[in-house]
Design a protein around this ligand. Structure first.
Ligand code: DGJ
Length: 533
């Protein structure tokens, strides 16, 4: 008997140890230096992805020919919807046929997945809620705008929040069951571009009551504790109203669309955090929320009011911690600004939607090189005209460079840049050099665009990739006062090994003056710098 008990005990210890090992292996976020990286199967992973159209993944047959085309671009990860209406068409009865099929199709094509949970909200509206939710306005109340009920589920509907959370938990439970070992699914987007459209806030009776009540102390405590790192616009709004630490929403934030937006941010944050936490309790994959970005001077309600715009991310953070990343969907041309506004105060940069084509081809270098982005993903890839020729060229280079990029992120050893005629150069300090990057000029014919990234791989060694730029090194003390480009080698990485191609000299490095990356192509090059008296 004693013997049997001992066996049982040993067996349970082994089981617990294997569960712990499995947990440690689940895709997760890890801080390395100043960067936060996505770690998959024990190694940092760079998402070179794209998102498909909203309806594509509702049919496995429709998707079948798409996967190999995506793999060929080449992508490593596909962002694809999974909707509440399709997994729970009847309350309490789940159908995971699509989820299983998508995971299988991804595996067959050597691709990973980020699932987008389209549930209570998608682009502000509630079109992805199941019919049994849509039909029942009593149990699942709607937003009221100017005395009219609109087809947007109210964040104040407790039953809605619980129903969404329950379905999401069931989904995460299922993903763990079928993918807890293989890790085809890397992350989850919870809802899609949430916020009230058409008004600055919800005016339902429940929302009005909450708005007239005291601001929850979690928020006022957060404002005080994070005063120095608050997004400047939120801090200004709070200060302009006396930086109060208690009072109603109007007392603390004033009577304006901006105050309404903070109120909605708190309420969406509370709801979405609850859904995310329920999912994580089943399977703790990293989770993010994406944002329909406001144009400058737009009023909340022209864009979804309460979504995690930079100026209200703090309200989302104050309400819970189940959301790991606040993400921008960047279609606007000031790409660099949005990266800066999102990659701050500990928020890692992940761009789940962006313009593709030539813009995507260029912008990915900046996001990854300058902001340690976890990943980049243009929208509507399944109808892109010639993705192998723009995005694909960038991804081909970045897939080769990913191990180097990930090894050097978070240590001040990577930089990314976007150059054009209006902004022809930029500079930064790397190792003991001031590195100046400018639009490439050779024999007077200048490039119109320059983009790329540079990695410091050794004290005097650099690795770069991109197009249409040239680099000059100015030494910083201590050390000899002059610097020259000692050698430039073009090449590629195969299975992590550098295979050199041409040695670039003469016209190709402007007679030794610059490290050059020719326009009209994306090249990978190594350079060595020397110093002299
Ligand atoms: C942003 C949304 O998040 C996507 O699902 C899609 O609707 C695009 N807009 C369309 O441009």
């Amino acid at each position: 008997m004693k013997m049997r008990l001992r066996h049982v005990a040993v067996f349970s210890i082994l089981l617990a140890a294997s569960a712990r090992a499995q947990d440690a292996n689940i895709p997760h976020l890890e801080k390395r230096g100043t960067a936060t990286q996505l770690v998959v199967d024990g190694k940092p992973y760079l998402i070179l992805g794209a998102e498909i159209h909203n309806s594509s993944s509702s049919s496995l047959d429709y998707m079948k020919p798409i996967w190999p085309r995506l793999a060929e671009i080449p992508l490593n990860t596909v962002l694809t919807p999974v909707s509440w209406e399709l997994i729970e068409p009847t309350e309490g009865q789940y159908d995971f046929t699509l989820v299983d099929g998508l995971i299988q199709q991804a595996r067959q094509n050597n691709l990973r997945i980020v699932f987008l949970w389209l549930a209570s909200w998608k682009n502000g509206m509630s079109s992805y809620a199941p019919l049994w939710v849509k039909r029942d306005t009593r149990r699942f109340p709607r937003v009221i705008e100017r005395d009219n009920e609109v087809e947007i589920l109210s964040t104040l509907g407790k039953a809605t929040m619980e129903a969404d959370a329950k379905a999401f938990a069931a989904l995460m439970h299922h993903i763990r069951e079928i993918d807890g070992q293989s890790h085809t699914v890397l992350m989850l987007q919870v809802e899609n571009e949430v916020g009230v459209l058409g008004d600055t806030r919800d005016h339902s009776a429940a929302a009005d009551k909450a708005f007239a009540s005291a601001v929850p102390h979690e928020l006022t405590t957060y404002l005080q504790a994070h005063r120095e790192s608050l997004f400047p616009e939120l801090r200004e709004l709070w200060d302009a109203n006396g930086a109060k630490t208690s009072g109603t929403w109007t007392d603390v934030f004033g009577n304006s669309p901006r105050a309404d937006e903070v109120f909605m941010a708190w309420n969406y944050g509370r709801y979405v955090n609850h859904v995310a936490a329920a999912g994580k309790a089943e399977y703790p994959l990293p989770m993010y929320v994406n944002t329909w970005l406001a144009h400058q001077d737009a009023t909340p309600g022209d864009y979804p009011s309460g979504g995690p715009q930079p100026r209200v991310i703090d309200a989302w953070k104050a309400v819970g911690s189940a959301i790991d990343i606040y993400s921008p969907d960047i279609y606007q041309s000031n790409f660099e600004d949005w990266c800066k506004w999102y990659n701050r105060a500990g928020n890692p940069l992940f761009i789940p939607e962006a313009a593709g084509g030539a813009a995507g081809e260029q912008n990915v270098f900046y996001a990854v090189g300058q902001h340690d982005a976890i990943g980049f993903s243009p929208f509507a890839i399944d109808s892109a005209k010639d993705p192998k020729n723009d995005l694909g060229k960038s991804y081909e280079a970045l897939i080769q460079l990913a191990p180097e990029i990930l090894q050097h992120q978070g240590k001040g050893e990577t930089a990314g840049f976007l150059l054009e005629r209006q902004k022809p150069s930029t500079s930064f300090v790397m190792n003991r050099y001031l590195v100046t990057v400018s639009l490439d000029e050779i024999f007077g014919s200048g490039a119109e665009k320059g983009f790329g990234l540079i990695i410091a791989t050794g004290p005097n060694e650099f690795l770069g990739a991109g197009s249409g730029f040239r680099v000059q090194f100015t030494p910083r003390s201590p050390g000899l006062p002059h610097a020259g480009v000692g050698y430039v080698e073009e090449g590629k990485f195969e299975n992590g090994r550098w295979l050199p191609g041409r040695r670039l000299n003469g016209d190709e490095n402007d007679q030794g003056h610059y490290w050059r990356f020719a326009p009209q192509q994306i090249s990978i090059e190594k350079a060595g710098v020397y110093r002299f008296e």
